[in-house]
Design a binder for this molecule. Sequence first.
Ligand SMILES: [Zn+2]
Ligand SMILES: [Zn+2]
Length: 248
Amino acid sequence: MLPFNSKGWAWARDALLHVLLPNTCYSCRRDLPFRHRSPLCDACSALVRPVGPLYCLRCGKPLPDGGAHCYHCRGSKAREYRCKIIRSAVVFGPQVRALIHAFKYADRPYLADYLAEWMRGAWEKYPDLAGAQLLLPVPLHPKKLKKRGYNQSELLACALARRKQLPVDTRSLIRRRATPSQTKFGREARLKNMDGAFECIAPAAVKGKVILLIDDVATTGATLEGCARALKQAGAKKVMAYTLAREV
Ligand SMILES: [Zn+2]
Ligand SMILES: [Zn+2]
C-alpha cells in the first residue's frame, strides 16, 4: 500500500510513466531502468572518455604520443591564434555524439544541465581556466536560432556559469553571416570562411576582460578563432575557449 504523501505520488507517477513511456538510452536505445537519472545507460556512460593528460597545449587536441603542441600549433604558429587556448571536457566519441545530436537537433534543451556537469567536472584539470572573468557562448545566426528555438552553446554556458558563479554574456557577440557547413572545407578554408562572420556589438562589455568562449564541440577551432578575432578587435584582454567535446 502506497503512503499518500507527495513522495508516494511521485513514485506512482514515475512508475506509470516508466510503463507507458520507458526512457531509453540516447546512445544504444536500450530501455533504462526505473528512475535511472542519466540519459545514458551505465554501459554507455562508461564508454565516455575524458580528455587525457596528453594534449596540445594550445588547441587541446589529444596527443596520444605526447609532445607539447600539435602540428598546427607548433613553433611560431601558436602565437598567431587569437584564441590562446582551447580545452574540452570529453572526447567526441559515439556516445557523446548521440547526446549532442539530441541536444542540438531533437529539441532536448534540458540535456544542458547533464552535459554542463561534465564541463564542471573537468574544469579543475585545466588551471588556465581559473583566470576566466566572463563566459561567452558562441552565437548562432538568428535564422538558425529561430529554427532550433535555442542556442545549445548558450544553454551550456548558462548552466556552467551557475556552477562556477561566473557572469555570462549572451548579447555582445553576434553572428553576422550564416557560415556554410564547414565539414567539406579544409583547415585553411575553414579559417578564411570565418573572416567577418562574428562581430562584437558591445565592446565596453568585453574590454580588458579575460573571456572564456563556450561551445559544444571543437573540431579545427576555426569557429572559436573567428569569435576570438572579433573579441580581441573589440578590446578583450585575452580569449580562451572551453568546449564540451573535442573531435580527434
Ligand atoms: Zn546505452
Ligand atoms: Zn594544437
